[in-house]
Design a protein around this ligand. Sequence first.
Ligand code: SAH
Length: 233
Amino acid sequence: MNTLAITPQAIGMTEGQQDGLQALIGGLLQANKTVNLTAIRDAGQAWEKHILDSLAPLCVEGLIPKGASCIDIGTGAGFPGLPLALMRPDTKWVLLDSTKKKLAFAQSAADMLGLAGVEVCHGRAEELGRTARREGFTLACARAVARLDILAEYVLPLVAVGGRALFYKGPEAEAELEEAAHAIAKLGGKPGRVVALRLPSGDERRLIVVEKARKTPAQYPRREAVLRAQPIG
Ligand code: SAH
């Protein structure tokens, strides 16, 4: 498999964008002194693990289509959604999380960076998937939220037919994708594909890309307790 290097050059980062992203890291590490937002304390590590990692999709031309209406599911303090929104002002973002504490940082960072296209939303993905926002996004992404068989049921109901889901994973992505293949098909997704990437430190990353082919059947997403206890198998 061809492995792409995740670098500022590959991402196409301008100096101005780099300054904004550095400010985001500065704000994160500052806020982290009083609220637990990340285990990372070092600015260099945060740059790699939170910024470059978040921006991995931009190493692949067209993966985030121009003008896309996007949702970051389980965004926490705003990752990957905030860096992507900063790099791509043509796109709109909903940053969704069920934990309010971390979202407060995402909101203040979006304000500080002047990201007009960002909306911070408190709630659960499987509940949002049963509102008017069902199938309302052309792109959905999720990093470090759940295993793919469960995560697919949170994410795919929110993606419009013809849209795309991006799952941030590690080197075990192929196995996870195999395990979740049936769930993805049932939820209306095409068979997923894996993009291999590598951070400057050498850490391996994978993006699982799933295109939405058909509407998600009305019975999905199920309630949290049910979908966790009985993943679609
Ligand atoms: N994506 C961020 C945070 C990962 S931690 C990052 O990579 O840094 C996982 C986050 O997912 C937590 O903040 C948790 O509150 C949120 N989460 C888990 N299940 C969720 C659900 N069903 N709906 C919304 N948020 C969820």
